[in-house]
Design a protein around this ligand. Structure first.
Ligand SMILES: Nc1ncnc2c1ncn2[C@@H]1O[C@H](COP(=O)(O)OP(=O)(O)OP(=O)(O)O)[C@@H](O)[C@H]1O
Length: 304
């Protein structure tokens, strides 16, 4: 039961419904990307999951219980919501130790999470002197302290340098590989493409897509090749026999997935089929995301 279940979650601020009848599940053993443009309601949803904000309607359970009913929440679910929220006067070590002691978590966990987050060398430094990257690591260390099976990270790579981004990505993947349920928010599809197995996309508080990354890649045409051939039927058979997935495109073109343009060209030449066009499709996951959320972006720029 190491999952998050969100059912009909709704939150209003004044006249605005910022989370609107939202339902989704975060499963164990995978990274679930929580995507949406700025202001879509991601942080508010995450705050409702861990009981910091009360929903107006709907329910959410973590590990089968309401967050408020968990005996020691930190042991069930770890969250990084606001990396700035550390006691600046304490050292990293003492910040984590205070958290461990007040939650009945073994002191030995402090050293373990410092090691896992690469913070051993700065453990004795005051958190107030930390760079944003180090504060993020400390927030992640705190989330891992109770060795929880469910983890929630709100924009964990915001403000990090490329090395830091890479580190966070690898950590998310390894936490999921250990069987944990990992929910990570971002407003950038490019970040999710390399991290998430599953995607929950929201816009204006509403669910726009609940899909796997591989399904989105397939339906958005990423990695496909547009082919025009004199004999499309024969080519389709040959391509399918070579393991490709082929669907019909516009004006008797073929959209081929699973083979590169180079492979398709060689296959056609081998079978003596003349090609009139062979074009790798440029659509990216970023395009797919823009397309999905186009109607839900609050303020969009006007092209000059
Ligand atoms: N405490 C609050 N009072 C009033 N409005 C709020 C409050 N918290 C959030 N909002 C509004 O709710 C909407 C959703 O905000 P939220 O922070 O959940 O979005 P988000 O998807 O996390 O966006 P971002 O990536 O910009 O943080 C925004 O319009 C925001 O201004």
């Amino acid at each position: 039961m190491n999952r998050i279940d969100v059912r009909g979650l709704t939150k209003r601020y004044g006249p605005d419904t910022v989370v609107d009848d939202l339902s989704f599940t975060v499963e164990p053993g995978q990274v679930t990307g929580f995507l949406g443009p700025n202001g879509a309601g991601k942080s508010t949803t995450m705050r409702m999951i861990i009981g910091l904000v009360a929903p107006d309607r709907g329910s959410v359970t973590v590990a089968g219980q309401r967050y408020q009913d968990l005996p020691v929440p930190l042991v069930e679910v770890g969250a990084l919501l606001d990396a700035g929220a550390v006691h600046g006067g304490r050292t990293a070590y003492h910040h984590l130790l205070a958290l461990a002691v007040s939650n009945g978590i073994a002191r030995t966990r402090v050293r373990e999470v410092l090691a896992r987050t690469g913070m051993e060398s700065v453990a004795a430094k005051r958190a107030g002197s930390f760079s944003l990257g180090m504060r993020q690591r400390l927030g992640i260390a705190a989330a891992l302290l109770g060795d929880p099976q469910i983890l929630i990270f709100d924009e964990p790579v915001n403000g990090l340098d490329p090395e830091g981004i890479r580190w966070v990505r690898d950590l998310m993947r390894s936490l999921a590989a250990e069987g944990r349920a990992v929910l990570v928010s971002s407003h950038l599809m490019s970040e999710m493409a390399q991290t998430a197995d599953h995607l929950i996309v929201i816009g204006r508080g509403r669910l726009i897509a609940d899909t796997t990354m591989s399904e989105l890649t397939r339906t958005s045409g990423v990695g496909t090749v547009l082919v025009r051939a004199d004999d499309p039927d024969v080519l389709t058979l040959k391509l399918a026999a070579a393991g490709a997935t082929v669907r019909e495109g516009l004006e008797s073109s073929l959209i081929v997935a699973g083979l590169t343009a180079h492979d398709i060209g060689k296959l056609a030449a081998y079978h003596g089929i003349a090609l009139a066009e062979l074009t790798p499709q440029r659509a990216s996951l970023e395009d797919a995301f823009m397309e999905l959320t186009r109607d839900s972006v609050e303020f969009s720029g006007v092209a000059a």
